[in-house]
Design a protein around this ligand. Structure first.
Ligand code: DC
Length: 221
């Protein structure tokens, strides 16, 4: 009888527009794993706050409101208090406020704990900013994906299907990069043991193939 294969955790971190979510989703599919897009959890929390007219600026108000939020993830859909809010995650309003919301230590505490619970059993690919450093520091494989700013802007534009102007995306990406890198709680930075992968001149398929190959090396050793 064959030995049961171990099911590892793969952490994929990097800046906005590096292609993390689509790569993570395909890697998960190739390996028969689940995918958790942690950015959409921060977006979901931001949407919930906006919908309930909570002013952005006061951490206490935000945390009080988030106590009323039940977030469930199913097939990369996000349900908040049992309502599917996935289609609202990429609106301009959410884009504008999500960096501030995700910089709040209290918000990160709630969502990081949830992410750890979801991935506890292994067999998960998680993508975000702090997966390798904070959420799953023991992940068996850590990748830091990057790409040149202009390429990331173009990818984001295509991802948003032309609904948001290029210039807005360019400014927004720059602002979010600064925010993500410089915040105190869970800043964007590669884990010391992460593999750095510049995807500027690689197709998505090539990136997926590389990561799947590295994953098999870890699984079989
Ligand atoms: O990857 P994304 O653009 O969907 O992420 C949305 C925002 O959430 C982004 O501004 C950074 C933040 N984020 C975070 O702080 N930590 C994560 N693990 C994932 C996303």
């Amino acid at each position: 009888m064959g030995k049961k294969r171990k099911r590892i955790i793969i952490a994929i971190d990097g800046p906005a527009g590096a292609g993390k979510s689509s790569v993570a989703s395909e890697v998960a599919r190739e390996l028969g794993y689940s995918h958790l897009d942690t950015g959409s959890m921060y977006r979901g929390a931001t949407y919930f706050l906006l919908k309930n007219n909570i002013p952005m600026g006061n951490e206490n108000d935000v945390l009080t409101e988030l106590k009323k939020m039940k977030m469930d993830m199913a097939d990369n859909k996000i349900l908040i208090n049992n309502e599917d809010i996935t289609s609202f995650l990429r609106t301009k309003e959410v884009e504008r406020h999500v960096s501030w919301v995700s910089s709040l230590p209290g918000v990160r505490k709630i969502l990081v704990q949830k992410q750890r619970e979801i991935a506890r059993e292994g067999g998960f690919v998680l993508d975000g900013r702090d997966i390798g450093t904070q959420v799953c520091p023991d992940a068996e494989l850590k990748i830091f994906l990057s790409a040149s700013p202009e390429i990331r802007v173009k990818r984001r534009y295509l991802q948003l299907k032309g609904n948001v102007e290029l210039d807005f995306i360019r400014k927004d990406l720059k602002r979010r990069d600064e925010y993500d890198k410089n915040r105190k709680a869970g800043p964007l930075k590669p884990a010391e043991d992460a593999i750095f992968l510049d995807t500027s001149h690689l197709t998505r398929k090539q990136v997926v193939e590389k990561i799947v190959r590295w994953a098999w090396e870890v699984i079989e050793n």
